[in-house]
Design a protein around this ligand. Sequence first.
Ligand code: ATR
Length: 302
Amino acid sequence: MSDCQKPISASTRYGAVYGFPIRHSASPPMQNAGMRALGLDWRYLAFEVRPERLRQAIEGAKTMGFIGLNLTVPHKLLAVDMVEVLDESARVWGAVNTIRFETKLPSGEWVPVGRAEAIGEVRAQGFNTDAGAISRALREDLGVELRGATGVLLGAGGAGRTAALKLAAEGLARLHLVNRTAAKAEAIAREIQRLYPETQATVGYPAGKVDFLLNATSLGLKPGDPLPWDETRFPLRQAAAVYDMIYRPATTPLLQQARAAGCRTANGLGMLLYQGAQALEIWTERPAPVEVMRQALAEAMR
Ligand code: ATR
């Protein structure tokens, strides 16, 4: 690993994140730190791309020899129909947050553009690294062993649904789903019963203790937001650990109260880190320098 990086030249390769809006994104400092630590002559950029231009923007990157892309709101579902190949992760989760451009060798084998000497025919392969990041963050940042565990999940939107299904896929014993619109939580509970019958999914707060509570609602992003859970029905001391998917602000009122109640806590920065680290691994086919990327992310947040 090296801290110095060659200046941009005609052989520098590029990756990027597309979103709308995009200015808040912390991915460029994180990915550039990772690429630099791996000694790659690569740079990672951010572009504000309107959803109606997403297809064109993907084609543009493909044409210009980009190694890959990350996609954020509102592009993850749209992109499913804009890539030539879907990795199993993207098929299972129905969303693409990482694209790897691949080129065909004379042998017929497709290899990542980032590893190819010369670029010929190019195709885009879609991946999803968001779901894996949820379970990794709960394990590594919060010390939760998911298999056989009991959890409370707040929120049944896009993020909540992916989290719920991923937790069930990891072998959770019991999942208590809570959402303002109960019908959405009920639909997810039914989906879990169908796909992962070993996980008991119910709607509403548990009476007893749980291994963790996970917030996947947007409540806590803005000052003055109501709390994402009902304190009278679920005192936080009943949860051994509390994870908030929100990372800005770093300490939401939920995390503040969870700390006061003696729970282990972590914010959503780990999820951002692990989805990014896995994307870099997909492009490079090498282990990502996770700690370097974590530090860059923490600095960007300051
Ligand atoms: P994301 O893709 O981030 O999950 P989303 O699909 O819009 O975004 O979901 C937002 C989540 O926050 C939902 O669970 C939503 O509850 P509803 O399904 O009832 O809409 C929850 N949420 C947002 N604002 C809320 C509020 N003021 N009170 C309670 N829940 C709220």
